[in-house]
Design a protein around this ligand. Structure first.
Ligand code: FES
Length: 342
């Protein structure tokens, strides 16, 4: 039986390889034609030193000069020596180009378009050879806009184990994907995307989680929730979902379903618009206090536009609390950016 090892490169590209229980990660990478950094291959130089984000493994034999006890304790590891005992996610200290690899390209058929509201649309793809598409919950792909030479970045709103792949789009005037979905898209259209990408993904859970979503930044958190729904319950997760207007509020029924399905999952939402009929008017920061942050013993996952990310960071600082981990992804609504543009 082989385990799946996700190699997450510095440029955000992730490649997945199969690695047998008696095989080193370096050997499995080599077999997959991915040149992760290596020198001695003997646990002596430390060139391959990487960081294990999740999973367990046998670290193998090495000397202290290559990896100290403290580093090993923190989660650093040597792919030239380590063998997996579960699926792993490794952060590799190199770019994908240096490792002579690149993001995978996938083709798909447009299976469904869902207009959730006047501002937000969802679409779903049937991916060709679905089993060849791996991703970590929270990651995004670059999707080519049919009929143009443009692409836009969208996070999966579905989980890695679901048959279809869905995405959420905030409609913007003049937006390339917005225009396509509003005017030209037809079920059955062929589409293409590359990825997965991004370091915003669900890590191994060792403490309670706080998920914060701004607008369509809900998508990657839905993907994480889907993953949580398929794995044994561990720690509680609270999600706070903030939007600008009532029209932007989507997938509340999906969140209700997850609240039923996932033990320890709760959520709240707020709308910034003063005229909203929502129970909470204002910003997500209004719903974050020391208790929500479990006095710092919490892993925060935040996806939203840059001002929201900065506001949340400033607010948490002002409470004098430092979360154990703070993972975030900023996205721009309109620009075709290097990051996720939704
Ligand atoms: Fe030298 Fe792994 S390549 S320690």
């Amino acid at each position: 039986m082989a385990f799946q090892v996700a190699l997450s490169f510095e440029d955000g590209i992730t490649r997945f390889i199969d690695c047998g229980p008696d095989e080193t990660v370096a050997d499995a990478s080599y077999k997959a034609r991915i040149n992760i950094p290596l020198d001695c291959r003997d646990g002596a130089c430390g060139t391959c030193k990487s960081f294990c984000e999740s999973g367990s493994y046998d670290g193998g034999d090495y000397i202290d000069e290559a990896l100290t006890e403290d580093e090993a304790e923190l989660g650093y590891c040597l792919p030239c020596q380590m063998t997996p005992q579960t699926d792993l996610v490794l952060r590799i200290p190199s770019t994908s180009a240096a490792a002579k690899t690149a993001a995978a390209t996938h083709t798909a058929t447009l299976a469904r378009i869902e207009r959730h509201s006047t501002t937000t649309v969802g679409f779903t793809l049937d991916v060709d050879h679905r089993r060849t598409l791996d991703f970590l919950p929270g990651q995004y792909v670059n999707i080519s806009v049919p009929g143009t030479d443009l692409h836009r970045s969208y996070s999966f709103s579905t989980g890695p184990d679901q048959d279809q792949a869905s995405f959420l789009v905030r409609l913007t005037d003049g937006g390339a994907m917005s225009g396509y979905l509003a005017d030209r898209a037809l079920v059955g259209d062929r589409m293409e995307f590359t990825g997965p990408m991004g370091s915003f993904y669900l890590r191994e859970r060792t403490r309670p989680g706080l998920f914060l979503a701004g607008g369509t930044g809900l998508a990657p958190l839905l993907s994480m929730l889907e993953q949580l729904a398929r794995t044994p319950a561990t720690y509680p997760v609270h999600l706070i979902y903030g939007v600008t207007t009532d029209q932007d509020l989507v997938h509340l029924d999906t969140l209700e379903d997850y609240a039923e399905l996932i033990p320890g999952f709760t959520f709240d939402h707020c709308v910034a618009d003063e005229s909203s009929s929502a129970r909470n008017r204002g910003f997500v920061t209004g719903l974050i206090d020391a208790a929500t942050l479990n006095d710092g013993d919490v892993d925060v996952y935040l996806c939203g536009p840059p001002p929201m990310v900065e506001a949340v960071r400033g607010h948490i600082d002002s409470l004098g609390i430092t979360p154990a981990n703070f993972h975030y992804e900023k996205f721009a609504v309109t620009a075709a950016m290097a990051g996720a543009a939704r």
